[in-house]
Design a protein around this ligand. Sequence first.
Ligand SMILES: [Zn+2]
Length: 446
Amino acid sequence: MNEEEILKAIDTAKEEIINFCQKLIQTDSVNPPGNELNVAKVISKFLEENGIESEIFELGNNRANLIATLKGAGDKRLLLNGHMDVVPIENEKNWVVPPFSASIKRKRIIGRGAVDMKGPLAAMISAFVILKRLNFPLKGNLILNCVSDEEVLGEIGTKWCITNYPEKMRADAVIVCEPSGLDPLPKAILIGEKGRLEVQIITHGISYHAGMPALGVNAFEMFNKIFNNIHKLNSYISPVIPPFSKDELKSMLIECFGTKEIFEKIYEDNSILQALIDALSNFTCTLSIVKAGLKENVGPGECTAILDIRLVQGQDSKEIINGLKKLINDVGYPIKSPDSAAKNELYVELKINSLSEPSIVDRYDYEIIDILKNTYKEIYHKKTFKFLMPATTDARFFRNSGFCKQTVVFGPGNATQAHSKNEYIDIKDLINATKTYALVAARFLK
Ligand SMILES: [Zn+2]
């Protein structure tokens, strides 16, 4: 049995892989509420038809995780991870096809989740199935892990699997199969990602009749005082040292552009690339929502704002939260909860709405990175490169808990398509990714 047979079998199964991808997109798993059990059942049926047993772990409310293992002769273990939930549709009318039709146009499958990540999910599951069909002699175990709740950064998916079934999930290497194309670049092997901290700040003033401002304190003006000082947050925390400087990030990209000159030329005119490199080498804090005021003639007694803070690797979220609290105190407001505040007291409430810590691999020369690099080149005829991600994936659960440091993100589709209208995956990319996953598994478990 050789690798050529794997590639041939995937070409033969092309229509079947496309149909399976369409079926996944057509199966509702919009999160919230999730309903991932619907998808888990479709996957489990496809596996069963191919003689593979899988376990569905029901979580209640029609939600579930799934694990299946292809047993080989040795002890080595490679895990492929993908989430089954998708984000909601904002306005169906803006789509060129109904978003759950999974219609094919111009050699692309269009639909919610095509790229994030039912397309990648179809590729990783198909790779698994093809290896089983061929009875390919793996010298280790290939584990398939399909999870819930990634889109709301929930904890009942990957984290739940690691916590509750560490033995089934045990892995020497993990590929989180999220899309890793960053247009106009070739696909990247993502070795780290930023963290995200969402903080809600509620300023409590005293509402008043707009005709007599002396009677109250405008909560929006209170927030404004805080926000005018937010640029000082850096001085409340330890110096930020990103894992890679701007120049180092650029040189990672030069690898796939060939020469420095070509890269610099493209970089100069490409605002997306510039913004990407900027984001990856900096700690950022963005004010994303401010709400105040209920009536035209009343000074608002309450103002709610959201800060979206992105952490670089090595930054401690607790330190940032404490720094923010100190900054608010220094502006002149105590941090309190409504229960502990006195009547008519001016105070600020601070809530952590969501937190994902940043993560990164501990070595850049892992075997899985080399194998992916070589295999990608053979299948896609392009050079891939190691890079960081400005967003968050479930990779953090594997890396940060120390469960599996050798965790990378690699998958078909363009990451910039995720959550967008008319989300699509190129059929060629879908098939090539299936080939890549199958060959990488065969090579890693050799
Ligand atoms: Zn995703």
